[in-house]
Design a protein around this ligand. Structure first.
Ligand code: HOZ
Length: 436
């Protein structure tokens, strides 16, 4: 049977990682998974159910990342399995329109009212790349403003002062991005309205879009200060700039209608991913009709995809969104259980007199190894990442699987019961005691 007493070294995971390194760059298909920021070797997973991950060596872990967000109901939820199984025998892809795509678009527009029309794509990266092309096509302007430490996938335009894996790997400005592309990306510190004003003034008439995570998950979890999102909305209206909320992480997670519903600020375009696919590779971008009608075949902005609207992915996503829209108590529970966990951790921090801080909203949170209040990228970077690595390893040994980087948010799922939350709090307390 599975156990939580880990034999992390000389394991099947180690063996697989060694083989993987010969044939996959860094042994992984997404950089943060290589554990470079936390030491040790990645754990190779075999299966997952509910709140638990099971690795190839027979160890179990409470999952605190949930596939970086999508598994909000917990793993292998029966409603998603049934929907996918039901779809399988009707073929995996048509490259032609289906009813499920219509149902999906109708449901998204209902759940996120700022979206009047939506286009399905295959990942969050595709959604953000397409959204800025659309904003440029719609406005006829070329520059965009993004925020330091925000991450919008790996499109060239976004790999400037980027968070997530790029900062984890120490290269927030990626090699391979041309100077021309970099020149069109302006950056401002998050939560700093006056620097956005300055950028708009200095580039008047040239800024097509401002893109941001309304709640950041990619420099760890960072919340907008009161008035920040409202201020950005007002500036966009005054300067005729398209406001894009990247809700790939927060969409359907912080509320049925995402961060924009919870924080009551509406963007012109929203990008979505993760939860929208129920665990399958799906993304979407949508917004005001007048903007979305610029997308081909109606308008001049080209964007296409062989697997876009894939029937299996639509089935998984529809089951997920139907569950969330039909059960509003999901969000009350997620808020309550996450607050229970973070207040337990806070108690440990206070009782041990440690200089750490926690940011939390809904079912997203981060424990930062710094005494600074983390409101932007500079503050996030004051965290002691060596200590974070020890914390990560300590938690892993106790059967708790965290994001292997200080610069990522944790995502709590509905499968976390109070009993499991107590286990997480206890492991935190023991680990924080050990690593001092
Ligand atoms: N950079 C991604 C999360 N912000 C990591 C995705 C992954 O490794 O699966």
């Amino acid at each position: 049977m599975y156990n939580s007493t880990l034999a992390i070294y000389n394991t099947k995971s180690q063996e697989l990682f060694n083989r993987a390194k010969n044939v996959i760059p860094g042994g992984v298909n997404s950089p943060v998974r290589a554990f470079k920021a936390v030491g040790g070797n990645p754990v190779f997973m075999k299966s997952a159910k509910g709140a638990y991950l099971f690795d190839v060596d027979g160890n179990s872990y409470v999952d605190m990342i949930n596939s970086w967000g999508p598994m909000i109901l917990g793993h292998a939820h029966q409603e998603i399995i049934d929907a996918v199984q039901d779809a399988l025998s009707s073929s995996f892809s048509f490259g032609a329109p289906t009813e499920k795509e219509v149902l999906m678009a109708e449901l998204i527009c209902k759940m996120v009212p700022s979206i009047e029309k939506v286009r399905m794509v295959n990942s969050g990266t595709e959604a953000t790349m397409s959204a800025i092309r659309l904003a440029r096509g719609f406005t006829g302007k070329s520059k965009i403003i993004k925020f330091e430490g925000c991450y919008h996938g790996h499109g060239d335009s976004f790999l400037i002062s980027a968070g997530s894996g790029v900062v984890t790997m120490g290269s927030p400005d990626s090699a391979g991005v041309t100077q021309g592309v970099a020149n069109d990306t302006l950056t401002a510190p998050y939560n700093n309205l006056s620097s956005v004003k300055q950028l708009l003034e200095a580039n008047r008439g040239n800024v097509a879009a401002i893109i941001l995570e309304p709640v950041v998950g990619n420099m760890g979890c960072v919340l907008p200060l009161p008035g920040f999102l409202e201020g950005i909305r007002k500036l966009c209206d005054e300067e005729k700039v398209v406001l894009i909320f990247d809700e790939v992480m927060t969409g359907f997670r912080l509320a049925k209608g995402g961060a924009q519903e919870r924080l009551n600020v509406k963007p012109d375009i929203t990008t979505l991913g993760k939860i929208i696919g129920g665990g399958m590779p799906v993304g979407a971008y949508g917004g005001k009709k007048e903007i979305m009608d610029y997308v081909s075949p109606l308008g001049p902005v080209y964007q296409a995809g062989t697997l876009s609207g894939n029937p299996i992915a639509m089935s998984a996503g529809l089951a997920m969104l139907n569950h969330l829209s039909g059960n509003p108590s999901v969000y009350t529970y997620l808020d309550k259980i996450t607050e229970y966990i973070t207040s337990g951790i806070e108690q440990s921090i206070n009782s041990l007199g440690l200089p750490y801080s926690i940011n939390q909203i809904g079912s997203m949170y981060s424990l930062f190894f710094t005494s600074e209040k983390v409101i932007d990228f500079d503050k996030a970077k004051t965290s002691d990442t060596i200590l974070f690595g020890k914390y990560f390893q300590g938690m892993l040994k106790k059967g708790i699987y965290l994001a292997p980087s200080q610069y990522e948010s944790l995502f709590i799922s509905l499968a976390i019961t109070e009993e499991i939350a107590d286990k997480i709090i206890k492991a935190n307390h023991l680990t924080l005691t050990e690593i001092q």
